[in-house]
Design a protein around this ligand. Structure first.
Ligand code: SF4
Ligand code: SF4
Length: 65
């Protein structure tokens, strides 16, 4: 499970372009969010992000949000 760290993200859009599942969407406020329902956990977005803004998180962490 992956999550975008909004403090590090520059909103470059590279993760959205590489995502094979269309799971990354730009929001009305220009931030990028990963739709965990659509995400296949392939990690392509994490490897392409130039700012190391995508963190892998555990399910437990996600449920705590
Ligand atoms: S891990 Fe893969 S499927 Fe999930 S958002 Fe990143 S690129 Fe898309
Ligand atoms: S590739 Fe990284 S910096 Fe660019 S929009 Fe995605 S999370 Fe943000």
């Amino acid at each position: 499970m992956f999550r975008i760290n909004q403090e590090r993200c520059s909103q470059c859009g590279e993760c959205q372009e590489i995502c094979p599942c269309g799971a990354i969407e730009q929001q009305a406020d220009d931030s990028f969010m990963i739709d965990v329902e659509a995400c296949a956990d392939c990690a392509a977005c994490q490897s392409v992000c130039p700012f190391e803004a995508i963190d892998e998180i555990s399910n437990d962490e996600n449920e705590a949000q």
